[in-house]
Design a protein around this ligand. Structure first.
Ligand code: CUA
Length: 321
C-alpha cells in the first residue's frame, strides 16, 4: 500500500515521462544539463539586474566613475561560456551521431504510414497495425516510408521522433529498457484524422516476443515474399545469373558500393534499391544500358520493402560463412 502511494506521488511529481530506451536517458541528461545551465545564467542575470538597479538608482550616493579596462573579466565571461557551449555541442553531436547509426545486428521492422494509420511488418512476415511489439534490451531499427503525405513517428517514452516521408526511407533505431506499453503518436499534421493516428509500442521479454512472433497468422517471411514478387514481376527474367540479358546481378549487392555510368558511386542501401526499381534511369550502373522499365505504380510500398528485404537476404547469405 505504502509503495503504491510512493509510486503515485513520484509519478505525480515527475517532470518527464518514463524514460524507456537507452536513448531516452541520454536525451534527458542533455535536457536537464541545458535546463540547469540556462537556468543558472538566467538567475544570475536577474539577480544582477535587480541588485544594480537598486544600488545605482537615482539619488543614491555611490561611486559612479566608469571602471578602467577590465580585460581579465571580459575575457573570462566571453571564453568560459564559449567553452561550455562547445562542450554541450560536442556532447549532443555525439548522441546525434549514435542515433543516426543503427547497430548492424539491429532487428529490422518496416513501417508504412498512410492517412491515418501505421502499418508495420516484421521480417518473419508478421504484420501489425498501430502497434509495434519489440523485445526488451535488443536494438530495433525501423525503415519507414509514407504512401501519401508526411507523417512523423513519435514515441515520447523513448524520446524519439522521426519524419516519415513519401518517396524515400527514413530510419529510427532504439533499444527498449523497460517492459510495458508506451504510446505512439503521429506528430506531423497529416489531415483531418491526424490526432487519431496513434498506437502503442509493446515491449516484451525476448522469449515472449519470440512466442508472439510465432503466434500470428502464418505468412511468408518478407524475404520469401520478396523473392516471389521478384519472379512474378519479371525481375528474375533479366537479373537472374542464367539470364541471357545483360543486367546487373543482385546477389550480395546490398551494402556494396556501386559505380555508375556517369562516374558517381552509391552504396546499395534501401534508398538506392528503391530508386533503381522506381526510377531506373537515375542511377545507371557502369557498363550497362539504361533499358530497365520503371516499376512505379506497379508495386506498393509494402511490396517494395519485401523486394528490398529479399535482395538484402542474399547479401546476408553471402557474408555468413
Ligand atoms: Cu499522420 Cu499526423
Amino acid at each position: 500500500m505504502a509503495a503504491d502511494t510512493d509510486a503515485a506521488l513520484t509519478s505525480g511529481l515527475r517532470l518527464l515521462h518514463a524514460a524507456a530506451s537507452t536513448q531516452a536517458s541520454r536525451t534527458d541528461a542533455i535536457f536537464l544539463a541545458m535546463l540547469l545551465l540556462c537556468g543558472t545564467v538566467a538567475i544570475v542575470l536577474l539577480v544582477l539586474v535587480v541588485w544594480f538597479s537598486l544600488r545605482y538608482r537615482r539619488g543614491r550616493d555611490v561611486d559612479r566613475t566608469p571602471p578602467r579596462q577590465m580585460k581579465g573579466i571580459e575575457l573570462a565571461w566571453t571564453v568560459t561560456p564559449l567553452l561550455i557551449f562547445f562542450g554541450v555541442f560536442g556532447w549532443a553531436a555525439r548522441d546525434y551521431v549514435t542515433m543516426a547509426d543503427p547497430p548492424a545486428d539491429a532487428l529490422p521492422v518496416s513501417v508504412v504510414a498512410r492517412q491515418w494509420m501505421w502499418k508495420l511488418q516484421h521480417r518473419s512476415g508478421r504484420r501489425e497495425i498501430n502497434e509495434l511489439h519489440v523485445p526488451l534490451g535488443e536494438p530495433v531499427v525501423l525503415t519507414m516510408t509514407s504512401q501519401d503525405v508526411i507523417h512523423s513517428f513519435f514515441i515520447p517514452a523513448f524520446r524519439l521522433k522521426q519524419d516519415v516521408l513519401p518517396g524515400r526511407y527514413t530510419r529510427l533505431w532504439f533499444t527498449a529498457t523497460q517492459l510495458g506499453e508506451f504510446p505512439l503518436f503521429c506528430s506531423e499534421y497529416c489531415g483531418s484524422e491526424h490526432s487519431q493516428m496513434t498506437g502503442r509500442v509493446v515491449v516484451m521479454s525476448p522469449s515472449d516476443y519470440g512466442r508472439w512472433l510465432a503466434s500470428g497468422p502464418s505468412e511468408p517471411g518478407m524475404a520469401q515474399y520478396g523473392f516471389a514478387l521478384f519472379r512474378q514481376l519479371g525481375c528474375s527474367g533479366c537479373h537472374d545469373p542464367r539470364s541471357t540479358i545483360h543486367a546487373p546481378l543482385l546477389e550480395g549487392l546490398y551494402g556494396r558500393t556501386v559505380h555508375l555510368q556517369d562516374g558517381r558511386s552509391r552504396v546499395a542501401d534501401a534508398d538506392y534499391l528503391r530508386d533503381s526499381i522506381l526510377v531506373p534511369a537515375k542511377d545507371v550502373v557502369a557498363g550497362f544500358a539504361p533499358v530497365m522499365p520503371s516499376f512505379a505504380g506497379q508495386v506498393s510500398e509494402e511490396d517494395l520493402q519485401a523486394l528490398i528485404a529479399y535482395i538484402q537476404s542474399t547479401s546476408a547469405r553471402d557474408t555468413t560463412p
